[in-house]
Structure formats: structure tokens, C-alpha cells
Design a protein around this ligand. Sequence first.
Ligand SMILES: [Zn+2]
Length: 746
Amino acid sequence: MDKKVIKRNGSIQKFDKTKIIKAIKKAFQSTIGVSESDFNNLIDIFSNKIDEQYKDKDDVEIELIQDFVEKTLVDLGYFDVAKNYIIYRYQHKRTRQFVEQKNEFINNYKDSDNTANATIDDNSNVSNHNISVLNAEIHKEENRLINIKILERKLKALYPDFNSKQLLDDLNSICYLHDSSSQIGMPYCVAITMYPFLNDGLKNIGGLSASPKNIDSFCGMFVNLVFAVAAQFKGAVATPGMLLYMDWFLRKEWGDSYYEKLDYIISPSISLRKNTIHHQIHQYFQQICYSLMQPAAARGMQSVFWNISIFDRPFYDTMYGDFYFPDGTQPQWESFNWLQKEFLHWLNQERLKTILTFPVVSACLIYQNGEFLDKDLYHFICDEYAQGNSFFTYISDSADSLSSCCRLSSKIEKPQFSFTNGQLSEMTGSKNVITLNMNRIIQDFCNQYTITKDDGSIKNVQLFCDDIKKWRSLVYAEWLSSKNDNGIRLKFKEYLCNILNRIYMYQTAYDACLQELKEAKMLPVYDAGFINMRKQYLTIGINGLNQAAEFIGLSCNKNDAYKEFCNLIFTTIKEQNALHKTKDLMFNTEFTPCESAAIKLYNRDKHDGYWVPDDTNLYASYIYKPNDSDISILDKLYLHGKEFCGDNLDGGSAAHLNIDTHLSKEQYLQLIKYAAEVGCKYFTFNVPNSECDNCGYITKVPIVKCPKCGSDKISYYDRVIGYLTKIKNWSIGRQIEQKTRVYQKV
Ligand SMILES: [Zn+2]
């Protein structure tokens, strides 16, 4: 009977002595110090030993054959050859494991119903589930490892006395490095000035097109511009000046009062399709928005995260009062204002045909001395909300800060026009985001917190409490009796500062990596003048705030103890941000939306034995708990206002006001005025939209049955975090969380 070899996967092959000898030959060939003739002299010895070893066996496992070869080489004194044989064997094993692991990933991806559930870093903006998405997703694990290693090396170089291994410990416990898996070493997000585009087109960022000459080339090239910029950033690209530039080109085409001649037919007489100025402007909107919603290959088939702003008159005056286009003319408020309103209104109507996720629009209003300075835009915005429109409102008491992104407001130090870059104040963004897991941090802190007992002995609070309940109530009592300048609160502040010191080192190292890329001319968006690195922040994110408060016994609603808790954390980070500022580095603080991180951090804490609540499956990004039905819309605005947040969350935090149906214009007028009064700077209203899977009918409210075709197959859309997507595309974790959201009746 023939001998058999049992392979690793269980399959059976004929025993072939020559294969074994061939493998030994390879090991000899790759070893310095032995020659081919050494091997030839040994063939017979090997051959005999193999015959001897396997003469009575019918079948042999491959691993045992390899063990035998290793042992024989050592017995014969060929240690180096044995070593190479072992390395060769190990490398093959690793390749096999790698391929198996990737194959498993591919199979899992094929079987999953959406991309968010089959990736290590989900994002509901990827609506496709196809081969090109797979090709981006499959590298995420390696990208993450490489990114962290690069950061660790830079850390070591910058701070030789610091144990750089601490980075990995921290990333696996108290903090989260955002989007570390999508690409290798990129800046995070950006709001650009588009002025260099008017001067040089796309030439300086790798394109061929020179500057746009008319409205048609502007619209086409604008799309290319946003794609080209987005390909070099992990997150959002904001173009706050888009409508200002579009207005300029429209005026060049049809005159300064084009918006008063909307019904004018512009088609040539030979054309059968009669097109008006109004219709043509809508076509430009369509061209831009639909093109930008196209999944981008350079972004793992995510569409671009694209944001634009709408400005009220005082914002406009501050931002563009001294602005000049390359032809020496200035912007014109009347037509620009018409265009921005027209765009917002059009977007709402268009979303009855297709629920466009982008752009995320932020309307910026100034509120001073009890009133909105631009009443016309304030009324317009409320009217749009009442008609089911979905966008963010940003309110400031002066034009010195601006929101140009769904998650970022930035300080405008001195709005300043330059003939090279245009409006410099448009430039902002985040170079990198590292989020602190506050729930974990407070528990680690409490674990090591000690108190002095009556007899003078110092005790660790946790150790002398026999159960966790007693421990937590003791911490609660300590917390309430303490003040910020003594006791447990002061100790917590010191504890947090200690962690922050490390985070600033990580951020500085990340920044140094970006500087290197820039010096190597690998970040052309910067060199072309669209953005300046000094205008971008390194962002300290916050997550798990509600749970941190709950852990020490506080309730996340309007109460003084919770307010002081929030203030303590926010002001500590803000103070430290200011202390660590240098001429090249600025830090800001943000309630990070954490689409996927919120679930990962929750699960990690649960897995590692930390306390996590069971009324949710993730850490939300609000002062209030979105699943708390006792908190009213007014409370939510209040909690995101000056009392709880102040100006401390300078990197952004958005209140998402989930309501079950749209309100009247009058109600929005009151709500937004209330928001301004209590200092809630940034918010939006969310009412789930519905789309009939059968006939495609779309409505801006949740329905269970299609009024058009009667089908009960309805898809719902909501903001997973900042942007509106189909709930079916969300990860399972986010879909579970969505069911716990309270959509209030007002
Ligand atoms: Zn239908």
C-alpha cells in the first residue's frame, strides 16, 4: 500500500520522498557557509533516514515530517541550515495564516448585508457593497498597525525619555485615534479657501485644468476640486465659499441682476428644449450635488463628506466685506443671498427625489442684544425647517467664530483677505482627532483614589468597600462634598491633566508626521494654498461623558452637580489646550460624534470589566442622553448652551433634536430664539425620512405604509451622526441604538 501524507487542511496526498529532499535542498541553498556539494553528499543519508523513519507508517502528518527534518539537520550538526529551514517553514506558515485570515474576511464580507457590518471601522456613508469597497476594506487592519507604529516611532524620536509603548496601552484603553485604519498618515478634515482655484485651477494639486472661465467650467471643475482635496484627507471637506464663487460666475454669465430675470429663456433658438435661467441654475446644483455623491475610489468608495455654509448679512460683511475676485470686483450681497436661499430650498425639494446625504449645510446667524441681526434669514431658516428641510444652525454672538463643517467651529481671529489665498478665515479643520473615553478615565481614577480616614490612615476607596455599590456611593458623597479647588474634584483634574499631557505628545508626534509628508511634497493641497497647516487644529475629543457622570452617581439633566462636572472636564481641557499652544500647534476640544468608536469604546470597557450602563449599547455625544424620554427639546438646547458648555467645546458639539414630526414656522422661530438665549450654538432637528422600497416615493416624515402604492416596505433615513443616511446601511450596533432614540412630540 502507498504511504499517505495528511496535509494541514486535512487533505491526503501520496507520500513523495523527493519533495522532502527538495525542501532540504532549498534550506542548504539559502545558507551561507555550506555548499551544493555538502548537500549532494548528504542526499543518500537523508534518503535512508526518511525510509527508516517511515517504513512502518501508512500515513504521516506533514508537521511531523517537518519536525523530523529539523531534528535530523540538528543531529548532523547543520545548525544554520536547520535555522533557515525553520524560518522558511515559519514564513510559509505566516503566509498561509495571512491568506486564510483575508479569505475569511472576504467570505464574511460576501455574506454580510451591508459594508458597515463587515469592516473594522464602519461608516454608513459607504452605501455600496461591492468589489471596490472590499478592496479598500481589506487593508484596514494593516493600515491601523502601520499608522500606530509610525506614530510610536515618531514619539520615540521626539521624546526619547518617554516610554513610547504607553501609546499602544492608551489607545487600547483610555483613548481612541480616529480613522487610523482608512489610510496611511493623512490629515483629518479641512475647510478650504477656493481662491487658488480661481487663479490656478487644479494644476497645483495634480490636475490638468487651468482656472475656470465661466459658470459651466466652474461647476464641472468644482466637483473635481472637491474630489481632489478629499482624496488627501480622512474626513470632511468644507467649501464655505462655494456659493459666493458660484454667484460671481452667474453674474458674469447673465448680469448682476440675474436673479431678477429667472424666467428668461436662455436656450438658442434652434434648441427644442426651452431652458430658463432658473432651471439652468437648478441644473448646476444638480450637477454638483449628484456628482459629489458619487462614491470616490480614492476614499474606499465613500462619497466625499462635503459641507457648505450659509451666512447671514453680518457674517457675510465680516467674511467678505474686503474680498476681491481676481477681476477686481467685489461680491454682491443681494444676488449671493438669493443664491444661498435658493440652494437651501432646492436641496429640500431635491431630497423628495433622492435623499442626498451631502452637502451638510450649516446656516450661520448672529444674535446680539436679544435679537437676530439678519431677521430675514432667521425667518427663512425657520420656514425651511417647517417645510421639512434638514440642516444645521450655528448661532454666534459675534462674527468672530464660524462653523464651516458639521463638526467644527473655528475662531476667526481677524478676517483677512489676501490676493493669493482669498479669505483666510475660511481655512480651518482638524489635523488629527484623539478622543478621550471619559467613562473609562473616571473609573480608573476612582480605582486609585485614596481618602484619609479618621485615624489618619490612607485608604484606597475601592479596596475598603466590600461591594461596588458601596464604593460608588462613597465616591458620590465625596464628589458632592468637594469643591473644584480641593478634594476629589481637584485630584480628578490633576489626573486628567496627566493623561492630557500624554495626548498632547501623541498629537505633536502626529503633527510632526504630517510636517514630514508636507516637506516631501506629498500634501499638495497645502502647497497650493487651499489650506495652511497652522490654521488647523489638533483635536481632543470627548466621549462617554454621560456614563462617566452616571458612574459617580450624577444624573445627566439640568442639575448643578452635573453642570459642575461638565464644566470641570471642559474647562480643564480648554485650559490645557491653551497652555500647550505653540506658534505651530493649536488644540481644540470636541464632542466627537464617534460613529463607530462609540460602540467600540463601550464594548471594550464592558469586555475589560468596567461598569457600562445597560440602557444603551454605546457612548453618545451629547450632554443629554438621547434615549432619555424625560428630557424635553428645551432642556436639550439648555444643556448644550452656555451654562453647561460655555465656549469650551470650541471644536464643536451639535445638539441633535430628535422629533417625531416637523413643527410650524412659528414653533421653530421660538425654539431657535430660545437656543440663542441659552447659548446653544450648534444644533439640528431630526425627523426620520421615509422612502418606499417599491415605488421610490419619498416623504420627510416616518410612515409605515406608502400612500402612493400601498407597500409596507419602507426604508428610513436619519442622521447616524452628522449626516443623513439610510438606516439599513448603518452597522448593527448603530441600528440598535437608533431604536432607543427618543423622537419627541412637541
Ligand atoms: Zn410606494
